[in-house]
Design a protein. Structure first.
Length: 167
């Protein structure tokens, strides 16, 4: 009878070391490439919510009259020969939030103001976001600039700007 060696099944020390190196490299790649993506995803969500807030507010502002001295539908336009002179935006509106009817009323609006047709403030609906609306005029009878600045919880200030003409 010849002696035959039985081979044992298992891993050698070299195979274990190589396997641990491959696993280590894979974990390092995941840690450096995938995990920072989670932070970037949060930034994108905050930016999207800021854009949502600014867009809804800009749509509301855009639907209002250019000036309190403009006629309904903009006819006659303020500053025109048949209209009265245009007024400049002031920083404090004495109107209630639901009765804002022209661009000037929105100047100075911030996160502590009530939302339209709501008992909630912007700060309650968008916690940790800051909001500031500025309406200024370059030439009262020609155009006004609307600037909505939304600051995200990550302290990134995003400006949304529109120019509204007197028509």
């Amino acid at each position: 009878m010849g002696s035959k060696f039985k081979s044992k099944q298992g891993f050698t020390l070299i195979e274990l070391v190589v396997g641990m190196m491959v696993l280590g490299i894979g974990l390092v790649l995941m840690a450096t490439m995938l995990y920072p993506q989670a932070d970037r995803a949060a930034e994108n969500i905050h930016r999207m919510r800021a854009a949502e807030l600014a867009k809804s507010l800009m749509n509301e502002i855009w639907s209002k009259r250019y000036d309190p001295n403009s006629g309904v539908g903009g006819i006659p336009a303020c500053g025109s020969p048949s209209g009265t002179s245009c007024s400049s935006p002031s920083s404090s509106s004495v109107k209630s939030r639901n009765s804002f009817d022209n661009l000037n009323d929105y100047n100075g609006l911030n996160q502590n103001n009530l939302m339209l047709d709501s008992n909630q403030t912007y700060a309650q609906r968008y916690p940790n976001y800051q909001l500031n609306v500025s309406v200024s005029s370059t030439n009262l009878s020609v155009s006004k600039t609307i600037v909505i600045t939304v600051t995200t919880p990550l302290n990134e200030a995003i400006r949304f700007t529109a120019i509204r003409s007197n028509y």
